[in-house]
Design a binder for this molecule. Sequence first.
Ligand code: GLN
Length: 195
Amino acid sequence: MRVGALALQGDFREHLAAVERLGHDGVEVRTPDELAGVDALIIPGGESTTIGRLATIYGLMDPIRDSVADGMPVFGTCAGMIFLASGTTGVDQPQLGLLDVIVERNAFGRQVESFEADVRVTGLADPMKAVFIRAPWIDKVGADVEVLATVDDPGGGGEHAVVVRQDRILAASFHPELTADDRLHAMLIDLAEER
Ligand code: GLN
């Protein structure tokens, strides 16, 4: 499989390394032509407003929407999840509106409140070590969205969804590309192979 990572901003290189560890080709995507050549797309963590602005400037908003409507699997992590979502609890920002969830940005607190947790994900045998960095949580999920994992906010904010799936769209609040655990990337590749 050729798996692209949206390479406008954020930690796309770490995602491509995970793809290569799994024995597939990792491709940087910055143009509609590059997007057309991949079997699946990863949208990395970083800063979601910046990713959204750059994707607009690079003319990628509608091509990504069209590819996903056409069945291309996509995996968004952290800022990538925010960019995929239909809205945030804060001010408007460029979003793809493909994943029927409302996210709260920086929900777990500031950079210094970044944390790690063992997260049980539906479909994976053992928990994942999940790294949360200024992470969003999911505030509301639409009817077609399956919650695959939740986490209890160590800051006392309660239990919230952090991994979700809607058809071939997968999203996580945390950074699976920063650990050696490639099981969510493998899930994305399975979706591409099924297609
Ligand atoms: N806080 C960032 C945002 O709102 C996301 C952080 C991340 O991707 N690690 O865009």
